[in-house]
Design a protein around this ligand. Structure first.
Ligand code: HEC
Ligand code: HEC
Ligand code: HEC
Ligand code: HEC
Ligand code: HEC
Length: 401
């Protein structure tokens, strides 16, 4: 071979290498993201269980179609180990799914997104997880969003979706944030001002389907940080006046855990049109009052303070000198209102009840209607309550001496 020919061979073979490299690059670009995961999954299964099992690994786009829910979820195109045994320790997206939860909600009947959120139809990760999605359309309620929202249990957000179905449970195993928030709603007396379901007050907005409010329906102007519905609720629960200047919603002194749990709960209060088979049996239709509470109310209806029970003032106020006890104690003890109003507002009680300010102005214009004579009655009774209180205090002093 002459030198000239040799050069030609070199040139041609170099050209060939370049062409092959270019082909490899193009091929890789043309390969969808999921096929890389499927190759890796097959390698993983080969290593762990041998080549025979690896041939059973799914290939191509996978989907779960749940006709009843109108959902097509392709998550298992990448999350290939979801229904495999023995991959509990594998890394994502190959890990076996935690088992207990899917026994109660079989994948064939539920798919994935009804619990996890995300875009079921998408086959690339960014679109499927959709976490960058600020508007809470349907982002994956997973670790990344949990971290961004500073939730100490990063996986907790999924519980919003659990409670869309499990709303009527008093407690749902596996939904600890939601369970905690349901307790808070009872303890703090949110019903005193809000209708939730079939009962409650009218001082604040009806919350029955508050989870349906769109992100654009919130005012973020008084908030710091990235605007989101979840962030708005957390800030509002921590300090209602910081979020809504004129509000009469009390500051309950909630910390982050309480505010986050309540935000999850109220966001789950959505209308659903799920087929009945997907709605857990209604165990407790609405939070109910215990027999003790009802007995106590009957007893209070017969004493000197009956007026305050009949007019439902006792939902928020004790009138301690009359033995009236409020479950919520949202407002001050009315036994001392006669002098307290004078020192707090610089006005007489008569004046205050005829032209109230703040919470009472909203209460008496939205929730409790007092006629002219009922206002007089309230004033007169509160005078007596105060006298009684003074006498009781004096007696107690003597008794203690
Ligand atoms: C293109 C491949 C792909 C698709 C499609 C995909 N995922 Fe993932 N998923 C991954 C990978 C890779 C990880 C691990 C890395 C990570 O979390 O960023 C992961 C992690 C997760 C995690 C655990 C991490 C967390 O944030 O809690 C969940 C849950 C999850 N995916 C759910 C889903 C659901 C639901 C769908 C369908 C809507 C889906 N994925 C679709 C690739 C995919
Ligand atoms: C009934 C609700 C429900 C359904 C349906 C469901 N999951 Fe899950 N999934 C859960 C719960 C609960 C966890 C545990 C979360 C945690 O870590 O606390 C979980 C965990 C996961 C994880 C691991 C995240 C982690 O923290 O390790 C992935 C990935 C995942 N699911 C994907 C899927 C896929 C894919 C489907 C559909 C084939 C699916 N899930 C269906 C409720 C569900
Ligand atoms: C699409 C509606 C739906 C979603 C979403 C859902 N569930 Fe369920 N769940 C049901 C139904 C229906 C049952 C069966 C209830 C029955 O038999 O009364 C059930 C049963 C259960 C049970 C067993 C209850 C019992 O009394 O034995 C638990 C625990 C549970 N779900 C927890 C969860 C958790 C945790 C999540 C979120 C990760 C979740 N569910 C998401 C509908 C749903
Ligand atoms: C003294 C009356 C009062 C009590 C008690 C009260 N709220 Fe409110 N709440 C209001 C008023 C008034 C508003 C409307 C102004 C605002 O957004 O703060 C409101 C607004 C809200 C909103 C926002 C509604 C919307 O349409 O934007 C939520 C959610 C809420 N309250 C939940 C609760 C919860 C949960 C509790 C119990 C922990 C509670 N509230 C206790 C009076 C009250
Ligand atoms: C939904 C809860 C709620 C109901 C129901 C309610 N109040 Fe109030 N009330 C409050 C709150 C909260 C305050 C404290 C307002 C403030 O500090 O601005 C208050 C303050 C008052 C005060 C001033 C007390 C003081 O010591 O400063 C009087 C008087 C009063 N209420 C009377 C009544 C009467 C009478 C009724 C029944 C007709 C009633 N309230 C029903 C929540 C309520």
């Amino acid at each position: 071979m002459s030198w000239k020919n040799r050069d030609a061979v070199t040139v041609y073979s170099l050209g060939g290498v370049v062409a092959i490299l270019a082909g490899v690059v193009l091929w890789n670009n043309a390969q969808p993201e999921w096929s890389g995961y499927q190759d890796e999954f097959r390698e993983l299964v080969t290593r762990k269980f041998g080549p025979a099992r690896a041939r059973q690994a799914a290939s191509g786009i996978q989907q779960i179609w749940v006709r009843e829910l109108g959902r097509v979820d392709r998550c298992t195109t990448c999350h290939l180990g979801e229904d495999w045994k023995g991959l509990e320790g594998a890394s994502e997206p190959y890990r076996s799914h935690p088992k207990g939860i899917l026994e109660k909600h079989p994948v064939a009947k539920y798919g994935c997104t009804i619990c996890h959120g995300g875009q079921g139809y998408a086959t690339d990760m960014e679109a499927a997880h959709s976490v960058g999605n600020d508007n809470w359309g349907e982002p994956l309620l997973g670790g990344e969003l949990g971290k961004a929202n500073l939730i100490s249990n990063r996986e907790a957000l999924i519980q919003v979706n659990c409670n869309i179905c499990h709303r009527n449970d008093r407690e749902t195993p596996g939904a600890d944030y939601i369970n905690y928030a349901k307790k808070l709603v009872d303890q703090k007396g949110c019903y005193a001002c809000h209708t939730i379901g079939k009962r409650g007050g009218a001082v604040g907005p009806n919350l029955t389907y508050i989870g349906d409010l769109a992100p654009e329906q919130f005012d973020y102007s008084r908030m710091s940080g990235k605007p989101s519905v979840f962030g708005w609720h957390v800030a509002h629960f921590k300090d209602p006046k910081q979020a809504v200047r004129e509000t009469v919603m009390p500051n309950f002194g909630f910390g982050s855990k309480e505010a986050q749990a309540l935000a999850m709960l109220v966001m789950s209060w959505k209308r659903t049109n799920l087929p009945l088979a997907y709605m857990p049996g209604v165990k407790i239709p609405e939070p109910q009052r215990s027999p003790e509470e009802i007995a106590k109310e009957q007893q209070m209806l017969t004493g000197a303070g009956a007026f305050f029970v009949k007019k439902t003032c006792f939902i928020c106020h004790d009138v301690s000198s009359f033995g009236i006890e409020s479950a919520t104690k949202i407002g001050p003890d009315l036994a001392v209102a006669y002098s307290d109003v004078q020192s707090r507002f610089g006005r007489t009680l008569e004046d205050f009840l005829k032209a109230p300010t703040g919470t009472m102005s909203v209460v008496l214009s939205t929730q409790i209607h007092l006629t002219e004579s009922e206002r007089e009655e309230a004033i007169a009774k509160l005078k007596v309550a105060y006298q009684t209180k003074t006498e009781q205090d004096a007696k107690n002093k003597i008794a203690r001496k």
